[in-house]
Design a protein around this ligand. Sequence first.
Ligand code: HEC
Length: 130
Amino acid sequence: MLAKRGKWIILVMMIGVLGLGCAEWEQFSQRVENPNPNDKLSIDRGRALFAAKGCESCHGKVGKGDGPQATTTKLPPTNFTDRGWMITRSDPDLYWAIVRGREKAGMRPFGNELSANETWDLVSFVRSLY
Ligand code: HEC
């Protein structure tokens, strides 16, 4: 009886490990790079989008996380001027946060509203703030 259950446990664990492997592969295969890091034109386009898309309503006009809606989210919006925090974030971290949103924290996904280039322009802009 116990041995039989043991086999099942091992099988379930193997499926779990396979599943984890797939998730990791998905992350890996979606690794992406900013085509225009530190590019002034990209930063300017990002600044315009930051206002047009309403990012500043939460993150604040200069990205300090103090926009008028900042008090309504579950977690405080990221302060992009906080250098100590921002240097821990990779470009893909920022890119996918914009595409997928941070729904538990209170930011919706923007993937359907922005092209990949526009998303990178936003990454360039928030990176220019610290
Ligand atoms: C309704 C408020 C709100 C709006 C609008 C909003 N955000 Fe956010 N944003 C948040 C919150 C809350 C977080 C999560 C903070 C956390 O996880 O601690 C966040 C996180 C992020 C992060 C991840 C930062 C990190 O530390 O990894 C990025 C990048 C970001 N936002 C960019 C944007 C951009 C660009 C826009 C506009 C297209 C935008 N946000 C619009 C509230 C907002």
